[in-house]
Design a protein around this ligand. Structure first.
Ligand SMILES: Cc1ncc(COP(=O)(O)O)c(C=O)c1O
Length: 373
């Protein structure tokens, strides 16, 4: 049997939506993007605004700029994430300052955040790892005390909640990814959401070269000149991507339910077998982006390869960012700096978790993991 690590959920109705755009005049940013932004924001609440971009990395970069992060500043984040989180900070010229993670969840340990704050700290960038939201109420208390902005990396957390708080609700804004392994996808894509108009406006300006008017908004009227009041980037989303994503929005909750069901099957089986995995804390609605197990670091790679050989798709999320050679060379980070993140990075194996997974495949994964571990 071969169980893929991931299968996307693009269906015929999504393809039809894309065909419609392809037969229309505007392929790049236009009506379809605006409609997707409105529908996406509505999922979070009527007071949210959404700004679609080319990737979550782009959303993080622009959100940090909207928070006023610049060269010479520091931004506190977690070392246990995809490298995009820290890279987005690097793009602004600021320094990523890492705090160690909670050994039971893998999320940024909030007790370390306050200790990492200096005169230069401009923002905090937490990641809701694997789909489990960190305690945003607690983090915001720290941030408000020090007058520091918070931007959420919610790439894993589209469906997440914690004590009825959703991503973006308390912070300056939250960033999402539409990479193929995410809940909804357009191959690539990202979104920034915020309750603050100024932050949403800043992201809108910077995503398209800093242009005061988009091509679509100029079309159909007497020709209007545009100004470039700021240096922006080419980070806009196309109508083609937006059509694909819009069409998937209505299935988000149903697909989450199936992933949650599979995650419970894994959790029950691995608890019985004495195999460790991250804890889900009280009050959390876990978005179930990834299910990872923790094995003996000395055996991790042989277990990883053993599972692959038996047809089980696997991943590693994540080897910590501070030990990547770019960050070691630039900032002098070294093994031992963040022991919890390093331990998890050395012991973690991600298993298949997506709605198309059949019960037979889930049983096969559980069976193989039990046998090999
Ligand atoms: C936690 C996290 N942040 C950011 C990103 C970057 O997302 P994108 O590939 O859309 O730029 C990812 C991508 O997988 C991620 O897992």
């Amino acid at each position: 049997m071969k169980v893929e690590f991931f299968k996307h959920n693009v269906d015929k109705s999504d393809i039809k939506s894309v065909e419609k755009v392809l037969g229309s005049l505007f392929l790049s940013t236009g009506q379809e993007v605006s409609a997707f932004e409105e529908e996406f924001a509505e999922k979070f609440g009527s007071n949210f605004q959404a700004r679609a971009v080319a990737s979550c990395t782009a959303a993080l970069h622009l959100a940090l700029l909207a928070a006023g992060v610049k060269k010479g500043d520091e931004v506190i984040t977690t070392p246990l994430s995809y490298v995009a989180t820290a890279h987005a900070i690097e793009y602004t010229g600021a320094k990523p300052v890492f705090g160690d993670v909670d050994p039971e969840t893998g999320n940024l340990d909030l007790s370390r955040v306050e200790k990492a704050i200096t005169k230069r700290t401009r923002a905090i960038l937490p990641v809701h790892l694997y789909g489990q939201m960190i305690d945003m109420k607690k983090l915001m208390q720290i941030a408000r005390r020090h007058k520091i902005a918070v931007i959420e990396d919610a790439a894993h957390a589209l469906e997440a909640e914690r004590n009825d708080i959703k991503p973006g609700e308390l912070s300056l804004g939250a960033c999402f990814s539409f990479y193929p392994t995410k809940s909804i996808t357009a191959g690539e894509g990202g979104m920034f959401i915020s309750k603050r108009s100024k932050a949403a406006d800043d992201v809108a300006l910077l995503r398209h070269h800093g242009s005061s008017k988009s091509a679509a908004s100029r079309y159909g009227k007497t020709y209007q000149h545009y100004d470039i009041p700021a240096l922006g980037w080419k980070y806009n989303m196309t109508n083609i991507q937006a059509a694909l994503l819009r069409s998937q929005l209505s299935r988000v909750e149903k697909q989450w339910k199936r992933r949650d069901e599979i995650a419970h099957q894994y959790a029950d089986a691995f608890t019985k077998a004495g195999i460790a995995f991250p804890k889900t804390e009280a009050g959390v609605k876990h978005a179930r982006h990834l299910f990872t197990i923790w094995v003996n670091p000395k055996q991790r790679d042989s277990i990883l390869h053993g599972l692959q050989k038996q047809g089980v798709g696997v991943g590693v999320h994540y080897r910590p960012i501070h030990l990547m050679s770019y960050y070691r060379k630039k900032y002098g980070y070294k093994p031992g700096d963040f022991p919890n993140a390093e331990r998890i990075g050395a012991s973690t194996i991600s298993l298949p978790l997506y709605p198309k997974l059949t019960n037979r495949e889930v049983r096969y994964v559980i069976d193989r993991v039990r046998a090999i571990v």
